[in-house]
Design a binder for this molecule. Structure first.
Ligand code: ADP
Length: 372
């Protein structure tokens, strides 16, 4: 079977690593032949994932197609689907998720709890919606890694808003941010991963790590899983999805957004769960049984980020020390060049004791630096 991946970033790289356990011929399309996934696939195709012809011609080479980023040409995927190529997830689901206006409307139509919103076309309109403040303004398309998101606390912040199709949504009083990964196969069978929890610790200044399973009361845990499952069932598409959720100060659960693909919040599943998110997507695409999503041990993920003030050929300071740590797994994405804030890899830590997980996460953040 021939399977194509649109996008050759780190998620594609890890998806390809998991493909080594199966009999599958892999194709990757990306415009940079030095991308993290390029040398791990059987066939690398240079192309623009947003261009109709590039995506269509790439799709015609394979039996099934998946994405590692949602900014792809959906029209080409729709045509490919109509010609019998299997697409995971369905173009109809990508279309909803790709655009934040459509995504919010989808939650509303399906009575999935998500913060109240209005659609705005330009910055001037924000004044008309001041009763929404404090609010969060989000570009409908093209934003990523927080770049298409602005907090509008009050009228004095209106000039920070976007001058294009956007959603203005009510600010949630966030107590915790969770992410739940849900898999669905062609038969409609589902598997749900234990929720992961983003940890923001201003005291330790550890803004960048995650633990799972999340440490939340059982009631919230089940509610988060049930809501995430409903999102995927209502999208009516096989594939693998990550649902980002907010728990507010009153313990209500809200959907923030959904990613229709393997996700950063599931990196730990490689070592920490019986079946990784990557393995799970192969099982779905190759028509095998779904895997076991249970956690083997609690885990933490620490991102390896390009150090402030360093750009150029990446050098990893402290790597050997981290590799010596027990139950610690380093994943470098093979990017030759570092720059401040660039995601260069991640480290997964396993430990039955959550306090120890946090300690190790802190130690690794101090030890491992990407310099140039
Ligand atoms: P991106 O797609 O760029 O990651 P998100 O929509 O996930 O953007 O928003 C980024 C962050 O902004 C969230 O993780 C959360 O901390 C904050 N945020 C987003 N929407 C809201 C909201 N409605 N209320 C409060 N905080 C929010």
């Amino acid at each position: 079977m021939k399977v194509g991946i649109l996008g050759g970033g780190q998620l594609g790289r890890m998806l390809l690593q998991a493909s080594a356990n199966y009999v599958v011929e892999t194709y990757v399309m990306e415009n940079d032949k030095h991308c993290p996934a390029a040398h791990l696939c059987h066939h690398f195709v240079k192309g623009d994932i947003q261009n109709f012809d590039d995506v269509y011609n790439f799709g015609k080479k394979v039996d099934a197609l998946t994405i590692e980023i949602e900014s792809v040409n959906v029209e080409a995927l729709e045509k490919l689907e109509s010609e019998g190529i299997k697409i995971y997830p369905k173009p109809s689901a990508i279309k909803i998720i790709k655009n934040k206006i459509r995504q919010k409307e989808f939650y509303q139509q399906h009575q999935i709890p998500s913060s109240d919103f209005v659609v705005t076309q330009n910055q001037n309109e924000l004044d008309d919606h001041h009763h929404f403040f404090p609010a969060v303004h989000k570009l409908a398309e093209g934003g990523y890694d927080g770049k298409g998101v602005q907090i509008i606390k009050d009228k004095t912040h209106v000039s920070k808003g976007f001058d294009g199709h956007s959603v203005l949504e009510k600010m949630v009083n966030i107590k915790k941010e969770l992410a739940v990964i849900v898999a669905m196969n062609d038969k409609g069978e589902t598997a749900v991963y234990p929720p992961a929890e983003m940890v923001f610790d201003p005291v330790l200044n550890l803004l960048d790590y995650q633990v799972s399973p999340a440490q939340v009361p059982e009631k919230i845990y089940w509610r988060a899983e049930a809501i995430a499952l409903k999102v995927v069932k209502d999208l009516e598409s096989p594939g693998l999805f990550a649902i980002e959720l907010f728990i507010d100060e009153d313990d209500a659960v809200w959907v923030n957004e959904t990613a229709p693909r393997v996700h950063n919040s599931g990196h730990h599943t490689i070592e920490a769960n019986y079946c990784s998110q990557y393995d799970m997507l192969w099982r779905i695409m190759l028509q095998f049984a779904l895997g076991n999503t249970n956690a083997i041990l609690p885990s933490a993920i620490v991102n390896i980020i390009g150090e402030e003030g360093y750009s150029g050929n990446a050098k990893y300071e402290g790597l050997n020390e981290v590799l010596k740590m027990e139950n610690v797994f380093v994943h470098l994405y093979g990017k030759a060049q570092t720059k401040p804030g660039r995601k260069m890899g991640h480290v997964t830590i396993l430990d039955k004791d959550y306090t120890q997980l946090v300690r190790s996460a802190h130690a690794i953040k101090k030890l491992l630096k990407v310099m140039a």
